[in-house]
Design a protein around this ligand. Sequence first.
Ligand SMILES: [Zn+2]
Ligand SMILES: [Zn+2]
Length: 264
Amino acid sequence: MELLALPAFTDNYIWMLHDGSEALVVDPGESVPVLAALKRLKLGLAGILVTHHHGDHVGGLAPLMELLQGQVWGPARESIPAPPDRYRALHEGETLTLLGQTLQVIEVPGHTAGHLAFYASPPDQAPLLFCGDTLFSGGCGRLFEGTAVQMWTSLQRLAALPGNTRVCCAHEYTLSNLRFARTIEPGNQALAAYQAWCEARREQELPTLPSSIGQELDINPFLRCDQAAVRAAVLARSPESLTAQQAEPAAVFALLRQWKNEFR
Ligand SMILES: [Zn+2]
Ligand SMILES: [Zn+2]
């Protein structure tokens, strides 16, 4: 199986997985990059996965329907602009099979109320996670429809996946996330090294993604709210809203997410 990140808009990636003849795509916010890749690689479109309802993830569905041989698979709890007879609504714990791959559905509410992630473990390859706008490299999605506790719980479920899982995020936000992460953990050596590597990738106009769960556990402050350095940084900024005694990881996460919203 080949994995491709198709750039879209200014900082989206539409992920494509293909076996040399058939492809699936994830979150086609626009159709043009998908059509170009299918044509260039002479691939059929066997299926479309959708993580959540935002326009930059579903805007390309309508123009792709004519070409699509299979279904659009997406969240049951959100309204996705696909023809009802071609749409398969998915719930937590369900599996689907596409291109001979079994994909596991994980509900990860927080960014939106019904957000899904898809996990696959292809034979002889590192596992794959398509996580939309829930987990980014060095960061996480904004809380538009869910609570901080929901998002923390969702991120913990993704963090529990195997360390070598390839993390396919929907946006190239890595460098800006790492700038914030360095503010939180200036002494994290793994983070400094990763930032240097990501800067070199971006200078060559290459994606920083996919990341891996193991990498994110080392550098992503939103997965590290149980770490002393992250808790100390949040406590130092918000001593009145968070006492050391109450510093549960979910409470640290809520303040960290708020801090990131205000960070320039
Ligand atoms: Zn979104
Ligand atoms: Zn997005």
